[in-house]
Design a protein. Structure first.
Length: 258
């Protein structure tokens, strides 16, 4: 299963991180964000918020963007009205890099989500050091107590957590862990099948005080209309934007402005 291979690869990266940097060093360098929790605040707007993704490749699609001027892409997203930016940093399967996030952080003024596979506290400190305003925690990879501990650590650093679920049990796990932002992935990470009705179906489980994000498979203004009418607070959109030659125009189309 691809997720198992990603976890195995991530364990190797974590071991290398710990070999290169003692945990005390990471803790010392990871200064808390001031002001804190900018990511979750950015998603609470009058209309549906857009988290636009900077992504070069994926396991299911291969290379998505041969030409990958990631800083320019992020700046274009910001200029087009994105509320936040998601940056892939996983190197083996998504061809991401920490350097992408570091450089993007230096060039935009909206919050940045580090999209990676967080399995160890050292990665949370690393996320803060490289400039992330938020991290992704995936319910299918982490037990409830670990998610709760990771949220607590991120809180201490002023970072938000997007806690990702795919089914009813995982949504319950996310809520029991104390998640303030829950994302429902419309892509099944085991089969990679995509159905936006998944987040529509699960929306009713999440109370209004928790920010609800629909992730993956959102490609048309009609998709946005369905999700908007369902009371979703934000969408995370990647592939359709990365494949577009005019990302600003694509965002306007998705928002229904064109």
């Amino acid at each position: 299963m691809i997720l198992d291979r990603i976890v195995a690869s991530t364990k190797i990266r974590v071991a290398q991180l710990k070999e290169n940097y003692a945990l005390d060093v990471l803790k010392e360098q990871a200064k808390p964000l001031e002001p804190p929790f900018l990511f979750e605040k950015a998603l609470r707007v009058n209309d549906i918020a857009f988290i636009c993704e900077v992504k070069k490749a994926s396991p299911s699609k291969g290379i998505i963007a041969v030409d990958f001027p990631y800083v320019n892409i992020a700046k274009e997203y910001e200029a087009a009205g994105a509320n936040a930016i998601s940056v892939l940093t996983e190197p083996e399967f998504f061809q991401g890099a920490n350097a992408f996030l570091i450089e993007i952080k230096e060039n935009v003024n909206i919050p940045i989500l580090r999209k990676d596979f967080i399995i160890d506290e050292s990665q949370i400190y690393e996320s803060r050091i490289i400039g992330a305003d938020a991290i992704l925690l995936i319910c299918s990879m982490l037990d409830e107590e670990t998610i709760r501990q990771f949220i607590k650590l991120a809180d201490e650093l002023g970072m938000s957590c997007l806690v990702e679920a795919h089914d009813e049990a995982e949504v319950q796990k996310a809520m029991h862990s104390g998640a303030r932002v829950i994302g429902v992935n419309n892509r099944n990470l085991k089969t990679f099948e995509v159905d936006i009705k998944n987040s529509v179906r699960l929306r009713k489980m999440v109370p209004p005080e928790i920010t609800f994000v629909s992730e993956s498979g959102i490609n048309t203004p009609e998709d946005i209309k369905i999700i908007r009418e369902n009371g979703t607070n934000a969408v995370l959109i990647g592939e359709i934007l990365m494949r577009s030659g005019d990302k600003s125009l694509e965002i306007k189309k998705l928002k229904g402005f064109d």
